[in-house]
Design a protein around this ligand. Structure first.
Ligand code: ADP
Ligand code: ADP
Ligand code: MG
Length: 497
């Protein structure tokens, strides 16, 4: 046993606050670190102690390992929670922390190293009978070799950066003619983005679902799975809406995926909270994608259906305690949904739309949870991920959870910046989502910006805007041919003024 009494949270925003809340409930002191851009941030105010660690760019603040360790030593911190993103999957950071006798709240350095490389992960997992996406599990540099592989597995293929993450470092190749050029681009992008040019080739599954399994393991060899999260609603290979349980898994399939996830965790002697990601085809055949060796953005939906606090479990495991439950003690209660509220404009290719939160009013009521890091009047800094909040609901069943989420979205008032809330509402109302019959192609298949414009503008407003438009076009003698989407966005801008 290695009791923890002071935790430094090496992160910012909603996840820093979320970790500190649990620490406080456990009677543990908290230390925040912050950049110049986050002086007034909520995680700074919430913490028992807070230390400025540098200028706004992440590389000079939240990623500054030396500085963070200095703070740990100066403030006699006995554990570090890395949150997600930033240093959470950085083995060198975990090692440096532990060398100072400070506990890293996460898995072993070895597990982070193996799973941080998609290639090393495939290699480690291959000792077990876990289905994998057809492809190779070694780095490929030679375009001729890539072509041989692609031909043997069949086009389309995906060129993937071994060190990739956050939906970045992937290129779909539809046909032979494009392979060489895409390989070159993928390698040079992987080098510049991840400092590692290793890429590999795997089958591109055309319309898969993304379903992942949450696992928990202690330092005594006990491992359990906390069921699945369905994360198929994505844009740019990154999740926007998640739910638990998945609307398509049968109890048998759930158990099979859970067992496969435990083997993946076993392949690297995993302890802590981790997520094993799978893609699932239309026959519900599943294939291992990767393992994330940290707390996941969407972990709250699992907390809602299991009644567990995952951060509390992470801290207990780091202290060396054994899990207080067994697989057979766990069960799914109800249904939970999460929407990620990004400061992005869904009518403009989901480009970040940062600025000041002029109005910011939260939805309330039973079964509604908001994990965020902002208050009305605050600015969303340009330096970091544009996610401002996660809106989570829990209800007895999927139908009721969708209804509750729609009600909560309507209550959530945000002005000053454009968010993805309107997009989330569109998805939740869509027949494909409601029926459960959707995949990672949802956005490509069903979403056009026009759908939103129709949705959030009333008939009266449209009539007024049309009249205005007509007046304008009468003023100018030219009859310009305007595409409907073009004029629709003009109305919207006018309505915003
Ligand atoms: P999750 O994997 O938890 O579902 P994301 O894929 O959105 O969620 O990743 C969580 C966070 O970590 C995001 O802020 C994302 O930008 C960041 N992230 C994840 N992996 C990487 C990486 N390899 N490089 C840079 N950022 C990453
Ligand atoms: P990251 O580290 O960026 O999270 P993942 O391997 O988890 O990378 O893939 C992210 C997303 O990309 C998946 O959720 C899925 O939508 C898509 N994807 C990844 N691999 C494949 C594949 N072989 N076929 C189809 N889609 C894929
Ligand atoms: Mg992933």
């Amino acid at each position: 046993m290695n009791s923890i009494s002071k935790i430094l949270v090496a992160n910012r925003g909603e996840i820093a606050l979320r970790v500190m809340r649990t620490a406080r409930e456990m009677g543990i002191q908290t230390v925040a670190i912050y950049s110049d851009a986050d002086r007034n941030a909520l995680h700074v105010r919430y913490a028992d102690e807070a230390v400025n660690i540098g200028p706004p760019p992440s590389s000079e603040s939240y990623l500054n390992v030396e500085k963070i360790i200095e703070v740990c030593i100066a403030l006699k911190v006995d554990a570090v929670h890395p949150g997600y993103g930033f240093l959470s999957e950085n083995a060198a950071f975990a090692k440096a922390i532990e060398e100072k006798g400070i506990t890293f709240i996460g898995p072993s350095t070895e597990a982070i190293e193996i799973m941080g490389s998609k290639l090393a992960a495939k290699e480690a997992v291959s000792q077990y009978d876990v289905p994998m996406v057809p492809g190779v599990n070694h780095a490929v540099e030679d375009p001729n070799e890539a072509l041989e592989i692609a031909k043997s597995i069949g086009f389309p293929v995906l060129i993937k950066a071994s060190a990739g993450g956050g939906g970045k470092g992937m290129r779909v190749v539809e046909e032979e003619a494009d392979l060489e050029e895409q390989m070159e681009r993928a390698i040079s992008e992987a080098k510049s983005a991840f400092g590692d040019g290793a890429v590999f080739v795997e089958k591109f599954i055309t319309s898969p679902r993304h379903i992942e399994i949450q696992v928990l393991g202690d330092k005594h060899g006990n491992l359990v799975y906390l069921f699945e999260r369905e994360c198929s609603i994505q844009r740019r290979h990154q999740k926007v809406i998640e739910e638990a349980p998945s609307p398509v898994l049968t109890p048998e399939k759930r158990q099979a995926m859970g067992q496969a996830a435990l083997l993946v965790a076993k392949s690297c002697n995993y302890h802590g909270a981790g997520t094993v990601e799978f893609i699932v085809d239309e026959n519900l055949d599943f294939f291992f994608l990767e393992m994330n060796t940290r707390l996941q953005v969407e972990h709250p939906v699992t907390e809602e259906i299991t009644g567990l606090d995952l951060v509390k479990e992470q801290i207990r495991i780091a202290e060396g305690l054994a899990l207080s439950f067994k697989q057979e003690d766990l069960k799914i209660t109800g249904h939970s949904l999460e929407v990620r509220v990004y400061a992005e404009d869904p009518t403009n290719n989901f480009l970040p739309d940062i600025g000041t939160l002029k109005t910011y009013k939260l939805p309330q009521g039973a079964g509604v949870r908001v994990d965020d890091g902002f208050e009305q009047g605050m600015d969303i800094p340009i330096y970091y991920d544009p996610m401002i909040a996660k809106l989570i609901v829990k209800a007895d069943n999927r139908e009721a959870a969708i209804t509750k989420m729609l009600r909560a979205i309507d209550e959530y008032e945000i002005t000053g910046i454009t968010t993805t809330l309107t997009f989330c509402k569109y998805v939740l109302e869509h027949e494909a989502f409601r029926s459960g019959q959707f995949d990672t192609k949802f956005v490509d298949k069903y979403f056009t910006p026009d759908a939103l414009l129709k949705d959030d503008i009333t008939g009266e407003q449209i009539a007024a805007a049309l009249a205005f438009e007509l007046l304008e076009s009468e003023k100018s003698s030219t009859l310009a041919q305007t595409k409907s989407s073009g004029s629709a966005s003009k109305w919207k801008n006018r309505l915003k003024d």
